[in-house]
Ligand binder design. Structure first.
Ligand SMILES: [Zn+2]
Length: 265
């Protein structure tokens, strides 16, 4: 296999407003390239998810923060590889209790696409994703990086979150929503004051993943029905671009209709 080029930047940040910054990993294949969000408050900052863990994340995040001396809460929405790869770099680590074990002690993972199960490959193709690359990355984070040495470390949570818990950053309070279906312990974050939903992998503007082992369509349908009723202004999903309420309803209805048609719900 020929050596991959070295990326100029591994992480890319885009300020979405005065408080929220989107962080992405453009050299990770679209299936595994999740959105991370830094939310800054007066007393604490919040980092929602931590990517694949291919390159150190904490120094990059601290470089974005207006005051990196404040506590930084890392919230893992769910324990799929693309959402908690760098969790061990953060000293405050929250996750839903259903996924506490898989955050602490994840199954080993490889960047070699050939290591993915045929079932997973078929499911991604059926969902409409582009074909995989030989590796899950198309560049190296630095010269000399060995993709074969990749380790999904994980780390024990320092606390767990449950539906209805409030995360306070001082001048910003948001509610934790338990959104099972795509994974059993997945959580989103709902800031009702601004109508902002961090939807994780429960809802984003791309093919949703609901089929196969570990997925629960009945629970997912309940989650989408619940999301559909929220007075949302903007959704920041676990993947892809942000979108508004009309598009959110369209996505919810498309999947609920599909599952009803397949007699899964
Ligand atoms: Zn996921």
């Amino acid at each position: 296999m020929k050596t991959l080029p070295v990326a100029e930047h591994w992480y890319v940040a885009r300020r979405l407003d005065g408080r929220i910054t989107l962080i992405t990993e453009p050299h990770v294949h679209p299936i595994f390239s999740a959105n991370m969000y830094l939310v800054e408050g007066t007393h604490r900052d919040l980092l929602i998810d931590s990517g694949m863990g291919v390159a150190p994340l904490r120094p990059f995040v601290d470089g974005l923060r207006r005051d990196a001396r404040k506590p930084l809460i890392s919230l893992t929405t769910h324990t799929h590889v693309d959402h908690f790869g760098a969790v061990q770099e953060f000293d405050i680590r929250l996750v839903h209790e259903i996924e506490a074990g898989s955050l602490a002690d994840p199954a080993p993972y490889s960047l070699n696409a050939a290591a993915l199960s045929p079932g997973a490959m078929a499911m991604f193709a059926a969902a409409g994703y582009p074909p995989l690359w030989p590796m899950l990355i198309d560049a190296l984070p630095h010269a000399g990086y060995e993709p074969a040495d990749y380790v999904l470390w994980g780390a024990a949570p320092t606390d767990t979150v449950a539906d209805g818990d409030v995360i306070s950053l001082g001048d910003w309070q948001a509610e934790v929503l338990h959104l099972p279906g795509h994974s059993a312990g997945q959580v989103g974050v709902w800031h009702g004051h601004s109508g902002t939903l961090f939807g994780a992998d429960a809802i984003y503007d791309g093919p949703l993943i609901w089929e196969g082992a570990g997925y629960d369509v009945a629970a997912y349908a309940r989650t989408l029905r619940r999301i559909r009723e929220l007075p949302v202004r903007i959704v920041h999903g676990g993947h892809d671009q942000a979108f508004g309420r009309a598009r959110m309803i369209e996505i919810c209805d498309a999947y609920l209709g599909l599952w009803a048609q397949k007699r899964l719900i």
